[in-house]
Design a protein. Sequence first.
Length: 163
Amino acid sequence: MSTQTTDETAAKLRERIRNILKSQRQPTVTVLSSLLAIQGELHYLPNQAIEETAEFLDTTINEVWSVASFYANFRFTPPGKHVVEVCWGPACHLVGAQRILKSIEDELGLEGEGETDDGEYSLKLETCLGACALAPVIAVDHHHKGRMTPERAIQELKQRKSS
């Protein structure tokens, strides 16, 4: 990728972030609401989001970064094409979530949460996916799958890989 293409891409990203910031309802705009709006649209907070939010709200990058880094739900890298969430709540944990997580980690080549090197998958552990009666549960691209087994979990991943 040429430097000019990279610069154009960065400029487009900054413009997109500025438009997100401008679209917020006034007068309730805060650092937190701004970061939530950006992540809601982009699915993560690129470095430019911190800089543009500071400029937009006339505050410092440190102030924005302190809010962004405080909340665990903010992410600073782009998510994978497919998001796999493993429920780690008590019901799921008791009936096999650990085996399912291990099989998914092995299949994706991950140890815990994160993204695969090819950008295909993001793996997340969730406190509860709200489907305890169907335990153990995973969600793939926000679609809940209950009564999961390690084999079915791998099958779900392989179905997504080709799409």
